[in-house]
Write a protein of this length. Structure first.
Ligand code: SF4
Length: 253
């Protein structure tokens, strides 16, 4: 009975809108026992693909339906807002400008309390208390890189443009490990990375993997850099050159 109560649903829609704002009846679905939703096309041009949903219910032993709710819902192809993404996840490093702040949470797995060099897990309160103590007694940095944070950095750097898989590295004459411009770093990253200090290299001032390399390697000599044969000259027999008056003047001078 409720599935056939199209006119009752339309009347509820008109009453709710205060005008005849609904379009064609698009169908009805049973939501449960004696509860049915009727759908009507939304006719406002700003709501293409949206539809009005009028939910009717019928109490036991009652004939007349009652109106539960009238709402507008997106249908197939409706223009809807994209999913909400928290600010912290939306801001990328390329968005960061002078004065912008990117807060780090207390439980960021990339950091551990300053007296640790490991990945010991602390709950939020303990971590906060420890940070206070560390700050008061002046033990240096409140937090340092965790093993996880370090592993993430290694993966990023090794797979990036200054790692061994970049086009620059693949065509390099030698590796950074043998380059005089490589500045060694200390700590656990020393076995895999250094810093390039060659102003002629695109990696100048950046972390490079020891098996990265580029054409500005310190062992490259002048004769090597000229070893590529020059390309054969090309004679263009298809197009015309356009001469200006000043060109002709120079030629005839
Ligand atoms: S100049 Fe090239 S090869 Fe040398 S350290 Fe820098 S990136 Fe590596």
């Amino acid at each position: 009975m409720l599935l056939g109560a199209v006119e009752a649903a339309r009347a509820a829609l008109i009453e709710s809108l205060g005008r005849d704002g609904g379009g064609a009846h698009l169908g009805a679905v049973a939501e449960g026992d004696r509860v049915v939703t009727h759908f009507f096309a939304a006719t406002h041009p700003g709501y293409s693909g949206w539809r009005w949903a009028v939910t009717l219910a019928r109490a036991p032993r009652q004939k007349a339906p009652t109106v539960n709710e009238v709402v507008m819902l997106p249908g197939d192809g409706a223009l809807v807002a994209p999913d909400w993404v928290p600010w912290k996840e939306r801001v990328g490093k390329e968005d960061l400008g002078p004065g912008d702040l990117v807060p780090v949470s207390d439980d960021d797995p990339r950091l551990v309390p300053g007296y640790l060099v490991g990945d010991e897990v602390l709950d939020g309160t303990s971590a906060r208390e420890l940070r206070e103590v560390i700050r008061e007694v002046g033990l240096g940095r409140e937090r340092v890189l965790s093993v996880e944070g370090r592993d993430q950095a290694v993966e990023r750097w090794y797979d990036g443009r200054n790692g061994p898989h970049s086009e620059l590295a693949k065509s390099a004459p030698a590796r950074c490990v043998s380059c005089g411009f490589l500045v060694r770093v200390s700590g656990p990253l020393a076995t895999a990375f250094g810093v390039c200090a060659n102003a002629s290299s695109p990696s100048d001032g950046q972390v490079v993997s020891l098996d990265h390399g580029c054409g500005a390697h310190s062992d490259v000599r002048m004769e090597q850099s000229h070893s590529q044969p020059a390309a054969a000259p090309v004679h263009d027999t298809l197009t015309w050159d356009t001469w200006t008056d000043s060109d002709l003047e120079i030629i005839t001078r």
